[in-house]
Design a protein around this ligand. Sequence first.
Ligand code: ATP
Ligand code: MG
Ligand code: FE
Length: 332
Amino acid sequence: TYILGIETSCDETAAAIVKNGDEIVSNVVASQIDSHKRFGGVVPEIASRHHVEQMTIVLEEAFEQADMTWDDVDAVAVTEGPGLVGALLVGVNSAKALAFARQKPLIGVHHLAGHIYANRFQTEFEFPLLALIVSGGHTELIVMHAHGNYELIGETRDDAAGEAYDKIARVLELPYPGGPQIDKLAAEGEASMTFPRAWLESDSYDFSFSGLKSSVINTIHNATQRGESISKQSIAASFQSSVVDVLTTKTWKAAQSYQVRQVIVAGGVAANAGLRRALENQFQDSGIPLAIPPLELCTDNAAMIAAAGFVNNNQGKRSGWDLNANPSLPLK
Ligand code: ATP
Ligand code: MG
Ligand code: FE
């Protein structure tokens, strides 16, 4: 089975073809980072316009890389939500038009299911499975009891991890997106400052990063006001150490208490070197296998959407021609 995946939920226009849900045949991502950089973040109106301009280009490239035609494709999977509504609409409407014209089944996919299934290219899933999702808009712990089954056990009460990275980076005057920049600086510095870690209630798997964010920003502002120079490297390292500490500890606790057979990590922040190292150390010798996607599959792409779409297709979860973008689609 060959699934064509389409992703336009934020600022990446992406198309990919995936075989049997676990083999990438082609994977094309057109990033808009350069267009949004001067605004310090994603401008929704600009994102939608770029998706319209890039859609046919990435689709043609996906077929070309795969050396395939529409005759070889069995179904079209597309991100229906969550994300920016105008951005999602471009992908959803393209997928609907193409699937209708080529008489292929249409499959709506949840963006976070996509992030989770980015791990399928390197591992089978063993259930119960614990997924740590850390992205630009989400920080969640999810237990899966079977394919396509998602039990939310914890989530952020304020900022997402990636959002915190991007905001701190902005205060440090680093270019957008800030996550990779802070990651780089953190590797060059020592975590010499102690920033808060929000553990919340002892039995909670929820997260909170707004207190940490305020504390880091206050530290930077106070130093600037006193005319003191401050090491961006140690700020980055100390901030990252707080984020990584909380994420790793809560993931470890959840893995124990839900007695999962596998842990997978998903979303853009899964590309973070400090987080990858801490999780690998924590789960090494634990008997619980840990999977983290390669860097290019952590951030938004369409291969992950096709992989999640394969599961929906197998389970008969197909969409009608009334499929619509849903910016706040729940994962269930
Ligand atoms: P969502 O998936 O929640 O809808 P999104 O699609 O915008 O949000 P992703 O593309 O999954 O998010 O990830 C982008 C986020 O990942 C950004 O916040 C970015 O700063 C962060 N990020 C990317 N690389 C790294 C890294 N090496 N370290 C920390 N954060 C990173
Ligand atoms: Mg993005
Ligand atoms: Fe994403």
